[in-house]
Every structure is written in C-alpha cells, then in structure tokens.
Design a protein around this ligand. Structure first.
Ligand code: PEP
Length: 249
C-alpha cells in the first residue's frame, strides 16, 4: 500500500458562514487540480455547511474533536456516531490545544480514538512535544509515550483509517516552523522505531507535520521522506492559501 498525501485544515474556533463561503468559492477555481487529499475541520456547527459546499470541490469534512461515548448524558460533547451519521469523514484527536488547555490525557485519547474508528470515522491522532521537553532532549520520549498509549489496543481492522500528525507544540501558531530536518527526524522515529512496536504498519501510515505550515514552506516539508502531508491551522483559513498548500508549485 502506498502512503497518500493529505493537507488538512484545522480551522479551530474561527470562520463565520461568509468566511466559509469565500473559502469554498476560492477552492472551486482550482477544483480537480490538487495534488493531495484536501480535508477541513470546521467548528462543529459548520460541519453540515462545509459538507454541502465541500461536496462539489472534492473536499472532505471532519471534526476537531469527538467524545469518548456514543450517546447519553454528556452535555456539550460530540458523538462520533452522530458525526458519521451526518457525513463527517474524520475526527482530529489529541490536538495539543485539547491536551494542554483542556487536560486530555493519553488513556482518554485512546478511548476517543477507538470509538471514532469503531464509528467509521478516520482518526487524525496528534502528538508533539512542548518547547521545554525538546530543550531537555525529551522529544522522542514524549512522542513515544503519546503514540504507544494513545494508539494501544486498536484492532488491526481499523489501522487503515489512522493518520498521525506530528505537531511540535512550540511550532503551533507561533510562526516558528520545525526545520524540515527536525520534522523528518521525528517522523522517521515514529515510523521506523515506533509503529511496528505497537503493531501498526509503519510503511502504510501517513504521518502529517503540523506547526506554522504555509505556502512558502510546504514544498520543502513535503519533500522529506517521511512527511506525508500537513495539518494546518492559520494558513488554512483562506481558500487562496489552502489552495496553494494543496498544489505546491
Ligand atoms: C494546528 O492547529 O494544528 C496548527 C498546526 O496550527 P498553525 O498551522 O497555525 O501553526
């Protein structure tokens, strides 16, 4: 199985309806020309709008988060089964803002990942070290713990719907991108030293880089052997920029 290239926009808590319409109007102009799978994760209340507008553009839509339960008394949560039911394709799980602002821990993220996959969604599972962890030489240790705990005991029938996103926390929304070499080192660690240990097919899984990716640096990042796409925040909000990320010159 060959690895595929994904450019995934994480819109976070941004975008009004008018912004979303402008985004899809810009993407319509380059329809059919992307070199990758183009996915976006809007705020939950905009998923259906994006599903309608994305359909004609070949853009798939997912959520930024999902619950560790399918239904019941969980006020404010997003059921993976209901996401699948309305046509969502994937969920981002374990984004650093969920880990560090909302305190989501490895076991909890493992439960969400399993449930998302059981519900038929793809899971984009995020990992990444904080600045002090990198400076203390702990990058591999942190990423290893996040991957092994977060993806443990996932039955093999679901493995082909897992994507990993390596996002160093110090590079998210800061304008500081990891150098292509820094990113490649961690991607290679995840792929070659780690995935096989937890019984995931290292050769088949796409590993995306995230952290201040923009049109001017995407090509060099994607040129690295083990970087199979990007998870993008700020530069994914405007269709013109997202279009450039999806078809780098
Ligand atoms: C992200 O939100 O996952 C992200 C990488 O953000 P940014 O591209 O803005 O750094």
């Amino acid at each position: 199985m060959t690895r595929e290239i994904y450019i995934v926009g994480n819109w976070k808590m941004n975008q009004k309806i008018s912004d979303i319409e402008s985004f899809f109007n810009a993407m319509k102009k380059i329809k059919g020309k992307y070199n990758c799978h183009a996915w976006v994760a809007p705020q939950a209340m905009h998923i259906e709008t994006c599903l309608k507008l994305g359909r004609d553009n070949g853009i798939l839509v997912g959520s930024q988060n999902c619950a560790d339960h399918q239904s019941g008394a969980y006020t404010g949560e997003l059921s993976p089964l209901s996401l699948k039911d309305i046509g969502a394709h994937f969920s981002i799980i374990g984004h650093s803002e969920r880990r560090h602002i909302y305190g989501e821990v490895d076991n909890y993220l493992n439960a969400k990942t399993l449930l998302a996959l059981q519900s038929g969604l793809w899971a984009i599972f995020c990992v990444g070290e904080k600045l002090e962890e990198r400076e203390a030489g702990k990058t591999n240790e942190v990423v290893k713990r996040q991957v092994t705990e977060g993806l443990k005991n996932i039955p093999s029938e679901y493995h082909d719907r897992i994507i990993i996103a390596y996002e160093p926390v110090w590079a998210i929304g800061t304008g500081k991108t990891a150098t292509p070499q820094q990113a490649q080192e961690v991607h290679s660690f995840i792929r070659n030293e780690l995935l096989e240990q937890i019984n995931l097919d290292a050769k088949a899984i796409s590993i995306l880089y995230g952290g201040s990716v923009k049109p001017s640096n995407v090509k060099e990042l994607l040129g690295q052997n083990d970087i199979d796409g990007a998870l993008v925040g700020g530069a994914s909000l405007k269709g013109e920029d997202f279009g450039k990320l999806c078809m780098p010159e």
